[in-house]
Write a protein that binds this ligand. Structure first.
Ligand SMILES: [Ca+2]
Length: 347
């Protein structure tokens, strides 16, 4: 059985958890120091005074990491979230979960769109995400866009600067958007993904679930930064981090904790793994991971459960994809919890 590590097998075949798969005294020294400082900033963090405009594409509601990633983005002044688009079945529930997190961070100005509810070639699912249990009774997102792919396209085309697309679910929406609107090619700065597994054998859920979509996105020629399963599994919340979430007095944090409890589904030993947040953390602090540059190819015709949906990385200095090979997991978890287990940031 190929599975997503750190999770348990479930009966539901749609359940993603089934798969692993200083100061210068000499004026001549100043420019040198400035260059060093700027270089350090570029390497280690995004400049906080020019937030990067991002769109989040997410299958929030299945694994817990999507909700944690949305909260992380909202709590990071380096990022300017322009829209949240859901992907996969039960779009209304996923939109409600996203909207509730936006609401508790004071960010209902950010539009939510419901994207494709079915993968390109996959079967439909009627499963309802278990995290819906953490929402207030009868809670719905007020008026989400019913065409999330259109919202993605319009937000990118209308933006004055290029947009970074953070996609942490199956890539159905991103593939549909790229195929629908060729002008996106000039308007996307970079695609940031939690996707694939590259340095050991196995399958990863997001690629496996919609391999055709992943193949389209990886072949797009756009700059792509990917954190794969082999590094994300190393970033797991420990008992201390769980306690910080559980004991918080901030409603934005207690809601995340309620989502985690709903996701645990009775198994309190099951701690969240920061699969999706690592994609964002690596934007905030690129030095958290070591990148390898190359190309990624997706096997779309293999045997289901064995080779269909394989993600194959080949080193290539001219490649458009950078893939995380190693991660400083403790630092990643610390940065995450310091951001998320805090009152909503003021803007
Ligand atoms: Ca996800």
């Amino acid at each position: 059985m190929l599975r997503r590590e750190g999770s348990e097998d479930r009966e539901d075949p749609e359940d993603p958890r089934r798969y692993i798969v200083n100061q210068a005294r000499d004026a001549q020294v100043k420019p040198v120091l400035l260059a060093i400082l700027l270089g350090t900033m570029t390497r280690n963090a995004l400049a906080a005074d020019r937030p990067v405009p991002v769109i989040l594409d997410t299958d929030i509601g299945d694994d817990i990491d999507d909700a944690l990633n949305l909260a992380l983005i909202l709590q990071s002044p380096e990022l300017d979230l322009k829209a949240v688009i859901t992907v996969l079945n039960a779009g209304d529930v996923r939109a409600a979960l996203a909207y509730r997190i936006l609401e508790l961070h004071g960010r209902t100005d950010i539009p939510v769109g419901i994207g494709a509810e079915q993968t390109l070639l996959g079967k439909p699912s009627r499963a309802v995400p278990i995290q819906a249990a953490a929402l207030p009774p009868g809670y719905t997102a007020p008026g989400p866009s019913r065409n999330g792919v259109r919202l993605m396209i319009d937000t990118i085309l209308l933006a004055p600067e290029k947009i970074t697309l953070v996609a942490v679910g199956p890539l159905t929406n991103v593939a549909l958007a790229l195929r629908s609107e060729p002008r996106l090619q000039e308007k996307i700065e970079r695609i940031v993904l939690m996707s694939g597994v590259f340095f050991r054998a196995g399958l990863e859920y997001n690629v496996h679930r919609d391999a055709e979509a992943a193949a389209i996105v990886y072949a797009s020629g756009l700059p792509i930064s990917t954190v794969g399963l082999d590094v994300t599994v190393q970033c797991r919340l420990g008992t201390d981090e769980m306690q910080r979430l559980a004991k918080s007095n901030f409603e934005n944090v207690t809601f995340l904790y309620r989502l985690i409890v709903a996701w645990e589904n009775g198994d309190a030993a099951k701690h969240p793994i920061l699969h999706d947040p690592l994609a964002s953390l690596a934007m905030l602090k690129p030095s958290l991971v070591n990148w390898q540059r190359g190309r990624v190819e997706i096997e779309t015709r293999g045997i289901d459960g064995r080779s269909q949906g394989l993600s194959v990385f080949r080193k290539d200095a001219e490649g458009t994809v950078e893939v995380a090979e190693t991660v400083r997991a403790d630092e990643a978890v610390s940065l995450f919890i310091d951001r998320v287990a805090a009152r909503p940031r003021s803007r």
